[in-house]
Design a protein around this ligand. Structure first.
Ligand SMILES: C[S@@+](CC[C@H](N)C(=O)[O-])C[C@H]1O[C@@H](n2cnc3c(N)ncnc32)[C@H](O)[C@@H]1O
Length: 405
């Protein structure tokens, strides 16, 4: 199996994964190496990612074998749009023409009255007007693949020019002086982005099945051993208090035309609803069985009583996920995990997961780790010689193989 996964020099900007930002993404070459190691050793027909986010693992599996079946799910409509676009690509024959049309349209229309709750809080008036113009121009593009590609490129620009700080995934308004001094180059940057990034979107797959849903509700619908490989990085705590994928996505989602989004209907009700409906967010009571309790208790009992409940609620959903993933996976489970701290106590998700998979017929065949700088996630800082140092967190990749019958 893969030994060195440090990839300290990996720069997303040099591949498709750098074209649109998403929180807590996997490191593409790491996923590529593990998938390649498995896919060269054995015949693999299907790869499943139950929390696909920006689609890193599914895209890398496609690069290894464009015929492999790619199945995945995410609750976040922005994740769905990004992953769908990465896996379906653009229409190469029409893209030049469509970029020309986009530019011409942007130069000829006036802003319409597109609006949403608190638009003035999150966007300066001139920025909102430019976004209105770009939005109308994208809607006028007929080709669906190219239109969706334009929305993806716009989502990064929206975040950059919003009044929310880029230092956090949460919505947090910038200082007034920073908002007023921001230079507006939206139109130029957008055209530059769609022109330069198009070259990354030529590979595509015709063998995909993507769900915009709660994984816990769709997993029971799959038959036993449906997928050869399940590969994913699940949230490592409830989204509202760890990584707020939903809040991060909420501003772009208010600009993208809903007809190009896969929506169940509740996603735009408020800015944090996606996080509160994500793993660990909806359950009210825990019902961990004896075995599950035995594994998590040593970690959770160390933290304050007031915080225990939330952590147990997360594990309630997490074990439901692990039970299902063991049932639907035929050969390999590949998990990228982070261990978080609550009350400065380590919740060793990696150890908990490893133990649980081992007793559910999946033996661990590899465990690798790499250091990650957490730029936008709250982190502890320590002090050495009176100088504060940024803490590094570790990320683990576990590979488990189903025991021979
Ligand atoms: C760690 S991220 C995945 C990142 C992905 N591996 C990548 O490289 O972009 C976890 C994802 O789980 C999704 N998620 C959280 N709860 C979910 C649920 N109950 N059902 C489906 N997706 C969920 C979040 O929206 C987020 O995209």
């Amino acid at each position: 199996m893969v030994k060195d996964i440090s990839y300290a020099d990996y720069k997303k900007k040099s591949d498709i994964h750098g074209t649109v930002l998403y929180p807590a993404t996997m490191i593409a070459p790491v996923q590529h190496d593990f998938l390649k190691a498995i896919m060269t050793e054995e015949h693999i027909e299907s790869v499943f990612d139950p929390f696909f986010g920006s689609g890193t693992s599914l895209y890398e599996a496609m690069l290894i074998d464009t015929d492999v079946e790619l199945v995945g799910c995410d609750i976040n409509p922005l994740a769905y749009l990004i992953t769908e676009t990465k896996l379906k690509g653009i229409d190469s024959e029409l893209i030049d023409e469509d970029i020309e049309q986009l530019e011409a349209h942007m130069n000829s229309v006036q802003p319409d009255n597109h609006t949403f709750f608190n638009i003035d809080k999150w966007f300066r008036a001139d920025v909102a007007n430019d976004l209105r113009v770009i939005r109308q121009s994208i809607i006028a593009i007929e080709n669906e693949k190219n239109r969706k590609y334009f929305w993806c490129m716009l989502s990064d620009i929206i975040r950059k020019y919003s009044n929310s700080r880029s230092s956090t995934y949460k919505l947090h308004v910038k200082e007034k002086s920073k908002i007023t001094s921001m230079e507006n180059n939206i139109r130029e940057e957008f055209i530059k982005s769609v022109s330069e990034n198009r070259y990354f979107f030529h590979t595509y797959s015709d063998n995909t099945e993507l769900y915009k849903d709660d994984t816990l509700s769709i997993l029971p619908n799959f038959p036993d051993k449906r997928f050869d490989i399940s590969v994913t990085s699940p949230p490592y705590g409830d989204n509202a208090t760890t990584v707020t994928y939903g809040q991060f996505s909420s501003l772009p989602l208010r600009w993208i035309d809903p007809t190009d989004l896969c929506l169940e209907g509740w996603e735009l009700d408020n800015f944090s609803i996606i996080d509160s409906r994500s793993i660990g967010g909806l359950v009210k009571e825990t019902c961990l069985d004896e075995q599950q309790m035995k594994i998590v208790k040593p970690y959770v009992s160390e933290i304050s009583a007031s915080k225990q409940k939330k952590v147990y609620l997360f594990f309630n959903d997490y074990f439901r996920f692990l039970n299902q993933i063991c049932r639907v996976t035929k050969k390999y489970i590949v998990l990228t995990l982070g261990n978080r701290r609550v009350d400065n106590r380590l919740i060793d998700l990696t150890d908990i997961t490893c133990q649980y998979l081992e007793i559910n017929e999946f033996a661990n065949i590899s465990k690798a780790s790499r250091k990650i700088p957490l730029k936008r996630i709250p982190r502890t800082t320590s002090s050495v010689n009176d100088e504060s140092v940024l803490s590094m967190n570790e990320e683990y990749v576990l590979v488990h193989k189903r025991n021979e019958a």
